[in-house]
Ligand binder design. Structure first.
Ligand code: ZN
Length: 202
Protein backbone atom coordinates (compact mmCIF):
# COMPACT_ATOMS: atom_id res chain seq x y z
CA UNK A 1 0.00 0.00 0.00
CA UNK A 2 2.80 2.34 0.96
CA UNK A 3 4.60 1.49 -2.28
CA UNK A 4 1.56 2.28 -4.36
CA UNK A 5 1.04 5.57 -2.61
CA UNK A 6 4.68 6.45 -3.15
CA UNK A 7 4.45 5.59 -6.83
CA UNK A 8 1.69 8.12 -7.36
CA UNK A 9 3.36 10.85 -5.38
CA UNK A 10 4.04 14.02 -7.33
CA UNK A 11 7.40 15.57 -7.91
CA UNK A 12 8.72 18.38 -5.71
CA UNK A 13 7.34 21.76 -6.83
CA UNK A 14 10.78 23.34 -6.60
CA UNK A 15 13.51 20.97 -7.85
CA UNK A 16 11.06 18.74 -9.77
CA UNK A 17 13.39 15.78 -9.21
CA UNK A 18 12.64 14.27 -5.83
CA UNK A 19 9.20 13.19 -4.72
CA UNK A 20 6.98 15.61 -2.90
CA UNK A 21 6.99 15.14 0.88
CA UNK A 22 5.99 18.31 2.72
CA UNK A 23 3.70 21.01 1.36
CA UNK A 24 4.69 20.09 -2.19
CA UNK A 25 8.44 20.14 -1.49
CA UNK A 26 10.88 17.25 -1.15
CA UNK A 27 12.68 16.90 2.18
CA UNK A 28 15.82 18.59 0.92
CA UNK A 29 14.06 21.61 -0.60
CA UNK A 30 11.75 21.95 2.39
CA UNK A 31 14.74 22.01 4.75
CA UNK A 32 16.15 24.98 2.80
CA UNK A 33 13.06 27.16 3.17
CA UNK A 34 13.66 30.00 5.60
CA UNK A 35 10.42 30.48 7.47
CA UNK A 36 9.57 33.87 8.93
CA UNK A 37 7.96 33.22 12.27
CA UNK A 38 7.69 36.74 13.60
CA UNK A 39 4.52 38.74 13.04
CA UNK A 40 4.96 42.40 12.23
CA UNK A 41 2.13 44.75 13.03
CA UNK A 42 -0.81 43.22 11.17
CA UNK A 43 1.56 41.73 8.64
CA UNK A 44 2.53 38.09 8.19
CA UNK A 45 4.89 36.37 5.77
CA UNK A 46 5.38 32.63 5.46
CA UNK A 47 8.99 32.50 4.27
CA UNK A 48 11.84 34.36 2.67
CA UNK A 49 11.72 34.91 -1.08
CA UNK A 50 14.79 32.87 -1.87
CA UNK A 51 15.89 29.29 -2.51
CA UNK A 52 13.27 26.60 -3.12
CA UNK A 53 10.31 28.80 -2.11
CA UNK A 54 11.30 31.43 -4.67
CA UNK A 55 11.82 28.75 -7.34
CA UNK A 56 8.37 27.35 -6.69
CA UNK A 57 6.71 30.79 -6.75
CA UNK A 58 8.40 31.66 -10.06
CA UNK A 59 7.15 28.41 -11.60
CA UNK A 60 3.68 29.05 -10.19
CA UNK A 61 3.47 32.56 -11.62
CA UNK A 62 5.36 32.43 -14.87
CA UNK A 63 4.93 28.80 -15.90
CA UNK A 64 1.29 28.84 -14.85
CA UNK A 65 1.60 25.96 -12.40
CA UNK A 66 -1.76 26.76 -10.93
CA UNK A 67 -1.85 23.46 -9.03
CA UNK A 68 0.89 24.82 -6.72
CA UNK A 69 -1.67 27.14 -5.14
CA UNK A 70 -3.11 24.33 -3.04
CA UNK A 71 0.29 23.59 -1.47
CA UNK A 72 1.00 27.25 -0.80
CA UNK A 73 -2.37 27.75 0.80
CA UNK A 74 -1.77 24.81 3.13
CA UNK A 75 1.12 26.76 4.65
CA UNK A 76 -0.84 30.00 4.74
CA UNK A 77 -3.91 28.42 6.30
CA UNK A 78 -1.87 26.72 9.02
CA UNK A 79 -0.25 30.02 9.87
CA UNK A 80 -3.59 31.83 10.06
CA UNK A 81 -4.81 29.19 12.50
CA UNK A 82 -1.58 29.23 14.52
CA UNK A 83 -1.64 33.02 14.90
CA UNK A 84 -5.33 32.91 15.66
CA UNK A 85 -6.09 35.52 13.02
CA UNK A 86 -9.69 36.53 12.84
CA UNK A 87 -10.93 38.20 9.68
CA UNK A 88 -14.20 38.74 7.84
CA UNK A 89 -13.29 38.91 4.18
CA UNK A 90 -10.39 38.20 1.86
CA UNK A 91 -9.22 40.66 -0.76
CA UNK A 92 -6.38 39.75 -3.14
CA UNK A 93 -3.96 42.36 -4.44
CA UNK A 94 -5.31 42.89 -7.94
CA UNK A 95 -3.51 42.87 -11.25
CA UNK A 96 -4.35 45.24 -14.06
CA UNK A 97 -6.69 43.38 -16.43
CA UNK A 98 -4.12 43.44 -19.22
CA UNK A 99 -1.49 41.86 -17.01
CA UNK A 100 -3.94 39.26 -15.74
CA UNK A 101 -4.95 38.48 -19.33
CA UNK A 102 -1.32 37.93 -20.33
CA UNK A 103 -0.47 35.83 -17.25
CA UNK A 104 -3.71 33.92 -17.50
CA UNK A 105 -4.59 34.26 -13.83
CA UNK A 106 -4.10 36.39 -10.73
CA UNK A 107 -1.73 34.42 -8.51
CA UNK A 108 -2.91 36.14 -5.31
CA UNK A 109 -6.59 35.66 -6.08
CA UNK A 110 -6.05 31.94 -6.64
CA UNK A 111 -4.44 31.66 -3.19
CA UNK A 112 -7.25 33.73 -1.69
CA UNK A 113 -9.85 31.54 -3.32
CA UNK A 114 -8.48 28.36 -1.77
CA UNK A 115 -8.25 29.96 1.67
CA UNK A 116 -11.77 31.35 1.39
CA UNK A 117 -13.15 27.93 0.50
CA UNK A 118 -11.23 26.09 3.20
CA UNK A 119 -11.95 28.59 5.96
CA UNK A 120 -15.54 29.34 5.00
CA UNK A 121 -14.95 33.02 4.21
CA UNK A 122 -15.85 35.25 1.30
CA UNK A 123 -13.30 36.56 -1.13
CA UNK A 124 -14.14 39.69 -3.06
CA UNK A 125 -12.25 40.13 -6.29
CA UNK A 126 -14.33 43.03 -7.58
CA UNK A 127 -13.83 45.62 -4.85
CA UNK A 128 -10.17 46.51 -5.14
CA UNK A 129 -9.08 47.03 -8.72
CA UNK A 130 -5.85 48.01 -10.42
CA UNK A 131 -6.86 50.87 -12.64
CA UNK A 132 -3.45 51.89 -13.95
CA UNK A 133 -1.19 49.45 -15.74
CA UNK A 134 2.04 50.52 -14.03
CA UNK A 135 5.48 49.29 -15.01
CA UNK A 136 6.75 46.23 -13.16
CA UNK A 137 7.89 46.96 -9.61
CA UNK A 138 10.84 44.59 -10.06
CA UNK A 139 12.58 47.18 -12.22
CA UNK A 140 12.31 49.85 -9.53
CA UNK A 141 13.63 50.39 -6.06
CA UNK A 142 12.42 52.01 -2.83
CA UNK A 143 10.86 55.42 -3.30
CA UNK A 144 10.29 54.85 -7.02
CA UNK A 145 8.10 51.85 -6.22
CA UNK A 146 5.91 53.98 -3.99
CA UNK A 147 5.58 56.64 -6.67
CA UNK A 148 4.87 54.03 -9.30
CA UNK A 149 1.85 52.54 -7.52
CA UNK A 150 0.47 55.74 -6.01
CA UNK A 151 -3.12 56.19 -7.16
CA UNK A 152 -2.99 53.10 -9.36
CA UNK A 153 -5.77 51.28 -7.47
CA UNK A 154 -9.46 52.06 -7.17
CA UNK A 155 -12.42 50.70 -5.27
CA UNK A 156 -15.85 49.57 -6.42
CA UNK A 157 -18.74 48.63 -4.15
CA UNK A 158 -16.73 49.86 -1.18
CA UNK A 159 -19.83 49.71 1.07
CA UNK A 160 -19.03 45.99 1.37
CA UNK A 161 -15.92 46.95 3.33
CA UNK A 162 -17.78 48.78 6.05
CA UNK A 163 -16.56 47.67 9.48
CA UNK A 164 -14.89 44.57 8.06
CA UNK A 165 -11.57 43.03 9.03
CA UNK A 166 -9.84 42.42 5.71
CA UNK A 167 -7.21 39.79 4.99
CA UNK A 168 -5.22 41.32 2.15
CA UNK A 169 -3.33 38.61 0.34
CA UNK A 170 -0.38 38.83 -2.03
CA UNK A 171 2.27 36.40 -3.20
CA UNK A 172 5.49 38.34 -2.59
CA UNK A 173 6.20 41.33 -0.34
CA UNK A 174 9.22 43.35 -1.41
CA UNK A 175 9.27 46.95 -0.21
CA UNK A 176 5.59 46.75 0.61
CA UNK A 177 4.77 49.68 -1.69
CA UNK A 178 1.94 47.82 -3.42
CA UNK A 179 0.32 46.20 -0.39
CA UNK A 180 0.63 49.35 1.73
CA UNK A 181 -1.02 51.40 -1.02
CA UNK A 182 -3.88 48.88 -1.11
CA UNK A 183 -4.13 48.87 2.69
CA UNK A 184 -4.35 52.66 2.82
CA UNK A 185 -7.17 52.70 0.31
CA UNK A 186 -9.09 49.93 2.10
CA UNK A 187 -8.80 51.69 5.47
CA UNK A 188 -9.86 55.00 4.00
CA UNK A 189 -12.97 53.33 2.67
CA UNK A 190 -14.36 51.94 5.89
CA UNK A 191 -12.51 48.73 6.65
CA UNK A 192 -12.04 48.21 10.37
CA UNK A 193 -8.64 46.60 10.03
CA UNK A 194 -6.41 45.27 7.26
CA UNK A 195 -4.12 42.31 7.89
CA UNK A 196 -1.53 41.69 5.20
CA UNK A 197 -0.49 38.13 4.49
CA UNK A 198 2.00 37.11 1.83
CA UNK A 199 3.57 33.82 0.90
CA UNK A 200 7.07 35.28 0.75
CA UNK A 201 9.07 38.36 1.66
CA UNK A 202 12.27 39.39 -0.05
ZN1 ZN B 1 12.95 19.44 -4.16
Amino acid sequence: MCLIRNFFKRKCISCEKEKEKKYGFCDDCFSKIIFINETYKDRIHIGRYEGPLKEAIIKYKYKRRKSYAKYFTLMIEERIIKENIDFDIIIPVPLHWKKEFIRGFNQSALLGNYIAKKMGKIMYQNILLKSKNTISQTELSGKDREENVKGSFKLKNSELLSNKVVLLIDDVYTTGATTQECKKLLLKSGSKKVIIITLAKS
